[in-house]
Design a protein around this ligand. Structure first.
Ligand SMILES: Nc1ncnc2c1ncn2[C@@H]1O[C@H](COP(=O)(O)OP(=O)(O)OP(=O)(O)O)[C@@H](O)[C@H]1O
Ligand SMILES: [Mg+2]
Length: 366
């Protein structure tokens, strides 16, 4: 099993930080401080080292520090089994996110090949009762960890879908255009569906490896749509459905319509009908399973971000969650407004207390 640690992180012109330099000589790092001090901003910066838009799903231009003309830039030093690597990301002048590894420019999908990052944030509390696109995005982000090309496929699929829907809106009848776009949708859509199902399968099987389950329930995980068996079949179905899609001016079949469905097995209850606490426990079960599955498949633990986790779990269950994550040797970055759970944090944890220096009107780090 590889060891993987984030050793240093620097933030430049990023959200509330003009300059911030952090060092992490620990497997467990806890950021504490009052509301609005910048805890989530640091976790968000780490999350941006994975493909996509990070833990707030923010537009990359919103990450620039307001009233600061310089572009945001983040750098991380990683230690992967004693091999050190510098990874830099930032916004370039063309408005795109760029990546450099040890000073060399690389395509963004390389990020998912180097390391995996998983997070839980308070925004996810409504995942099971919110809109289906949120659950799809959640699943796709997970899938990208297992299949780095999934990120690119999702973008290409959305682009092709927009083109097909535009043909309906423009009352376009050109068969050749439809066929070209439908072929593309069928090819990419097949892989998107296949990768999602493979990951769901992996997570379901992983439940046998969960040691101390505590309050984290056993799940039935699935999609609400039939599998796409092959590209040709999906292509034919798109063609067949064209008449119907014309009526609604949009594409009504395909993986963009799939929803992630979770059942609480013991209660025999879909997640959306579970209590608030139960919904949180279902989410954390899925989170633990994902962490275990990544570490098993890649022989390397993911980096874990837990934003405000203390607010949602009692001490006993927080302890069980941490035990599961520590058992795979994952480096964990957590945040919270208080320090009341220090006694259950692992030994040698590192704590950063962020607070305002009222005299200098700037943030203190200690
Ligand atoms: N682009 C930006 N430029 C400057 N400041 C920003 C930018 N985006 C967000 N901020 C500010 O960063 C501050 C810290 O936000 P952050 O969400 O990290 O706080 P927090 O410590 O996690 O607070 P809470 O405990 O309430 O979750 C906020 O005051 C926010 O307004
Ligand atoms: Mg926060």
């Amino acid at each position: 099993m590889d060891n993987l640690d984030l050793k240093k992180l620097t933030l430049r012109n990023f959200r509330s930080y003009k300059n911030l330099d952090l060092q992490f000589n620990s497997k467990f790092i806890y950021f504490s401080g009052p509301n609005g001090i910048g805890k989530t901003n640091i976790l968000e910066a780490i999350s941006l080292f994975s493909p996509g838009r990070g833990l707030r799903n923010a537009n990359i231009s919103d990450l620039n520090q307001v009233k600061n003309k310089n572009l945001w830039h983040l750098s991380a030093i990683l230690n992967i089994s004693n091999i050190f690597m510098e990874i830099e990301i930032g916004l370039d002048k063309t408005g795109k996110k760029h990546l450099r590894i040890d000073g060399k420019k690389k395509p963004l999908f390389c990020l998912a090949e180097i390391f995996k990052i998983l997070w839980i944030t308070p925004l996810m509390d409504r995942l099971w009762i919110g809109a289906s696109n949120e659950r799809r995005r959640f699943l796709d982000r997970l899938v990208m960890n297992f299949f780095p090309h999934h990120a690119k496929y999702c973008i290409l699929y959305d682009q092709a879908l927009t083109k097909r829907n535009l043909l309906f809106k423009d009352n376009e009848k050109d068969e050749a255009w439809f066929i070209a776009i439908e072929k593309q949708l069928a090819e990419i859509g097949y892989f998107i569906d296949k990768y999602r199902r493979e990951v769901i399968n992996l997570l379901s099987k992983m439940q046998l490896n969960m040691k101390n389950k505590g309050y984290f329930p056993i799940l039935d995980i699935g999609l609400n749509t039939n599998p796409i068996n092959n590209m040709d079949e999906f292509f034919e179905n798109l063609k067949k459905n064209r008449k119907n899609d014309y009526k609604f001016k949009r594409t009504l079949i395909g993986p963009h319509k799939s929803d992630l469905i979770i059942h609480h097995i013991v209660k025999n209850m879909p997640a959306k009908n579970c209590s608030t606490g139960e919904q949180k426990s279902l989410l954390l079960s899925l989170f633990i399973l994902s962490s275990l599955a990544i570490s098993k498949k890649f022989q390397q633990p993911p980096i874990i971000l837990l934003d405000e986790i203390v607010a949602h779990l009692d001490k006993e269950n927080l302890k069980i969650l941490l035990e599961q994550l520590i058992s795979i040797n994952a480096q964990i970055f957590a945040s919270g407004t208080d320090k009341s759970n220090f006694d259950i944090f692992p030994p040698n944890f590192l704590s950063y207390n962020l607070n305002w220096d009222k005299e200098k009107m700037c943030m203190n780090l200690n």
